[in-house]
Every structure is written in structure tokens, then in C-alpha cells.
Design a protein around this ligand. Structure first.
Ligand SMILES: NC(=O)c1ccc[n+]([C@@H]2O[C@H](COP(=O)([O-])OP(=O)(O)OC[C@H]3O[C@@H](n4cnc5c(N)ncnc54)[C@H](OP(=O)(O)O)[C@@H]3O)[C@@H](O)[C@H]2O)c1
Length: 375
């Protein structure tokens, strides 16, 4: 199921706090950074905060610049992004500014929370999701029903922690403010729990007056049938690699990346790489690794086209090479059509040997793009 692109946005003190314990919201960003946040808000379809942030800060969550709002309208978008909140309890103040400013609002809640929220008479669309709130269902609903493609999440810490731990955050935009809070009762950005192992990818640093913006992407592959945001990033890279293949009329153009469980890229490859006119992408990537590399057993192979099950040019098809390497998880975008081999089913071969095969069909068109001439 496709989800929106999820961008987490937060500002923290040097000692890692989101706020102090005083009644007023602690201003961590600088004026120029608030303007940057306004620009990001103007670029998304929806902005989400947790019920805790509505209760603590009473935010309006608007696009403040009239020029940015006008540009949205000129582009055929609503003047303001959809405002979204999540609440298990449904304990939300109907007089909060959230409900009375900006454009449309939506509340994801539990069945019990919906009863409570209905009594309060909130000026919002209420979506009960059963006894518990499941983030994947929230994202699916936003994508499929509300047409949200980019979602900005502006906290608080509980929400950021859950989205990151569940592998659903595509990007973290973190601003570090030059001040200390020093109060152990103040809310922290991230709580305890199981995060991705290894290191995130730092994609940008920017000085904005006296604060620093840092942008990170998660890197660790998922571990089962559910795709994480990092799975999406790696598969997109495999599709980009496919576009680098020397063209051929007799073989597909495919890209592949092998990634360790901690998010370290182990190897990448593409079809007909280097001087080898018949090498396949997965084969080229695997050939760069020591077959005894212990990281292979928990690695994920990303391939724009499913690994081949039959092959004329070499003794072993890529599905067999992957099995021999001990890899247990494959993420792919496109099932092999009958263009060269009838009934190829590399995914079936792998799954039959216990390999988890995840097909992300939303990348199929990107995987096909460098192969259009074969149609
Ligand atoms: N510096 C910054 O950039 C920044 C940004 C935003 C917020 N903040 C600060 O962060 C603090 C608030 O953070 P917070 O962690 O207390 O609150 P929060 O993350 O905004 O919201 C937490 C609430 O969301 C609901 N919720 C979250 N996950 C849920 C789930 N899986 N199922 C059901 N409901 C769920 C619950 O609402 P119910 O209790 O209603 O069930 C929960 O209490 C404030 O001090 C605010 O100033 C700072």
C-alpha cells in the first residue's frame, strides 16, 4: 500500500528537549527558521501533530505567508494544508485554535475516543480506527482517501518516536537551538525503544541564524513483509541504477543494491556493468562481496526487476545466486514479464526457499522506464 512521504520536523535544545515545563511554549527556532518551517508547510498536503501538542501549545499550524498561500491556490491546491491529529482518548478541547483556523481538519482516533470526541462536538472529520490506533492505517487513509502525498509531522515527541520506530518516517528535519532546558521533566524529542540499528544518512546541514538544520534519512531495511521508508529509498536507488545500464535489445536494464541490516550499503550493481556484456545487476553486486561476509544472512537485496529464475547466458540465475549467498529478504518493483522467458517466476523460486519477497508495485513504472524499447 502506498503511503504519503512522511517528513518529521522538530526543534530541540542542546540537551535534547522539545520544550520546557512552563505554561508557554518554549521558542527554540530563530525567526528565519520559523519562516523556513512556513515554507515547508506550504509545500505539503497535510500537517500532523499529536493531541499532546494541541493540549500543550494550542497551535494554529497555518501557512502564514500570503504569497505562499496564493501560490498554493494558483497551483490548484487548497489554501492551507489539511490539519491532522491523532488521539486515543478523544479528549480534545473544542475551543483549541487548531479547529478554528486554516482549512480542513481530520482526527484519527479509537472507537472509544470517537465517542468522547463526538460529545465534544469538534469541528473536524472524525475517523475511528477500531480499539487501537495503527499508524499504517492512518497513513493509508491519508493517502487513499484524502489524497495526501506529502505529510509534515510537527511533533510532539510521542508521535515522532512512534513513526521513527515503526520505520514510517522518510525524513527527519531537526533544528538544534543554542540553549539548554536542563529540566528532566521536560519533554524529549525521542523516547526509549527500538530504533533502527546503525546510522541514519545525513543529507543536509544548514546554518539558519543561530540554529542549525540537519536533515536525516533512515537507512535500515525492514525485517519482514512490511516495507519501511528505508526500503522505499533503497528500491528507488535500484531503479535509478537501472537507468545507467548500457542499452540492449536482448536483455533488461536492471539496478540492484545490497544493504546490511544496519543500513550500510554493501554493494550495488547494474546490468552489463563494466566490461561484462551479459552480467545481471544482482550478480554484479554480489560479485563485489566476499561470499563468506556474515552480513549477507541478514541483508536485503533491492532489485528493480525481480531476480531471474532462468538464464541462458550464465549457469546460475540470480535467484539461485541470492539463495547461495544466504540472503533472506528481497525487495523488488517489477515482476518479470514474458519478454525473454515465458513464466519466469524468480519471486516464487525465492519465496519457495523461505526468502521474504516484498513487491512494491508503486515503483513498477520507474523500473520499467529504461526498458520501454523492449515493449
Ligand atoms: N520543539 C518542537 O519542535 C515541538 C514540536 C511539537 C511539540 N513540541 C512539544 O512536545 C510536547 C508534546 O509532546 P507529547 O509527546 O506530549 O505529545 P504528542 O506527541 O503531541 O501527542 C501525544 C498524544 O497523541 C496521541 N497518540 C499518539 N500516539 C498514539 C497512538 N499510537 N494511539 C493513540 N493515540 C496516540 C495520544 O493522545 P491522547 O492522549 O488524546 O490519547 C497521545 O497522548 C509539548 O511540550 C510541545 O510543546 C515541541
Amino acid at each position: 500500500m502506498p503511503y504519503p512521504y512522511v517528513l518529521l520536523s522538530a526543534a530541540v535544545s542542546l540537551d535534547g528537549y522539545l520544550d520546557d515545563t512552563g505554561p508557554e511554549r518554549l521558542l527554540l527556532s530563530s525567526p528565519a527558521d520559523f519562516d523556513r518551517v512556513d515554507e515547508v508547510r506550504a509545500s505539503v498536503d497535510a500537517i500532523l501533530v499529536g493531541a499532546g501538542t494541541i493540549r500543550a501549545d494550542n497551535p494554529r499550524l497555518l501557512v502564514n505567508s500570503p504569497a505562499r498561500r496564493a501560490a498554493r491556490v494558483a497551483a490548484g491546491e487548497p489554501e492551507y494544508p489539511l490539519k491532522v491529529t491523532v488521539s486515543g482518548s478523544g479528549d480534545l478541547d473544542p475551543d483549541a485554535k487548531f479547529w478554528h483556523t486554516g482549512g480542513e481538519k481530520i482526527v484519527y482516533t479509537t472507537d472509544k475516543g470517537a465517542e468522547q470526541a463526538r460529545v465534544a462536538g469538534l469541528a473536524a472529520d472524525l475517523v475511528p480506527l477500531g480499539p487501537d490506533l495503527d499508524w499504517r492505517r492512518v497513513l493509508e487513509h491519508l493517502h487513499d482517501v484524502r489524497g495526501v502525498r506529502r505529510l509534515m509531522v510537527e511533533g510532539g515527541g510521542t508521535i515522532h518516536t512512534q513513526l521513527l520506530q515503526e520505520g514510517l518516517a522518510d525524513e527527519l528535519q531537526l533544528v538544534l537551538a543554542p540553549l539548554f532546558v536542563g529540566d528532566p521533566d521536560a519533554p524529549r524529542l525521542f523516547g526509549p525503544g527500538a530504533y533502527q540499528p546503525g546510522r541514519l544518512r545525513l543529507t543536509e546541514t544548514r546554518r539558519i541564524e543561530d540554529v542549525v538544520l540537519m536533515r536525516y534519512e533512515p537507512t535500515a531495511p525492514g525485517t519482514g513483509p512490511l516495507a519501511t521508508a528505508a526500503d522505499h529509498h533503497w528500491l528507488a536507488l535500484a531503479c535509478d541504477l537501472a537507468a545507467q545500464c548500457p542499452p540492449s535489445r536482448t536483455a533488461f536494464s536492471v539496478g540492484a543494491v545490497i544493504v546490511a541490516a544496519d543500513g550500510t550499503e554493501l554493494a550495488r550493481g547494474h546490468s552489463r556493468e563494466g566490461d561484462d556484456p551479459v552480467v545481471h545487476a544482482e550478480e554484479a553486486a554480489l560479485a563485489k562481496l566476499d561470499p563468506a561476509d556474515p552480513r549477507l544472512a541478514s541483508a536485503t537485496v533491492y532489485s528493480s526487476l525481480e531476480p531471474c529464475a532462468h538464464r541462458a547466458s550464465r549457469p546460475k540465475p540470480c535467484a539461485r545466486l541470492i539463495l547461495d549467498a544466504g540472503v533472506r529478504r528481497v525487495v523488488t518493483a517489477w515482476r518479470e514479464p514474458d519478454t525473454f522467458v515465458a513464466g519466469a517466476d524468480g519471486s516464487g523460486l525465492l519465496a519457495g526457499r523461505g526468502v521474504e519477497v516484498v513487491v512494491l508495485e508503486e515503483y513498477e513504472e520507474r523500473a520499467k522506464a529504461p526498458n520501454r524499447h523492449l515493449a
